[in-house]
Design a protein around this ligand. Structure first.
Ligand SMILES: [Zn+2]
Length: 130
């Protein structure tokens, strides 16, 4: 199989954020929100599933991105005097109401980022069509 040329890192990140195929940059990666990925690129046929359990990396990136937002927001919230008046359970409920939708919001980008990072590290090509 012919090896694809590694894209520049910045364009890989840009393609990930646009949720486009890492090979052709045209085909959509996301079939349905939040994390249904097409089996292959609708444009060029590049496989988006290289092996069983491929998107566990995407889940880990979702977790990392969510924490990267939640932890700074939590630290800033400690400075808010009004939040101290809310009960412990109330604060916990507020954090769940913040973190769960946030993770669903970040999920498509995390999965796409995982695909693009893998493609950037070791690119592969779509099957040749007759
Ligand atoms: Zn493609």
């Amino acid at each position: 199989m012919q090896k694809a040329i590694r894209p520049p890192f910045r364009s890989a990140v840009r393609g990930a954020l646009r949720l486009r195929c890492p090979f052709c940059q045209q085909g959509r990666v996301l079939a349905r929100w939040p994390n249904k990925i097409f089996p292959e690129c609708p444009r060029c046929g590049l496989s988006f599933f290289r092996e069983q359990g491929y998107y566990i990396g995407g889940m880990i990136i979702t977790y990392g991105l969510t924490l990267a937002v939640v932890i700074p927001v939590f630290l800033v919230s400690l400075l808010l005097p009004d939040l101290k008046a809310v009960s412990h359970d109330g604060r916990f409920a507020l954090w769940v109401l913040f973190a769960v939708p946030l993770s669903f919001l970040l999920m498509p980008y995390a999965y796409s980022l995982w695909l693009h990072l893998d493609f950037w590290l070791e690119s592969w090509t779509p099957p040749t069509r007759p």
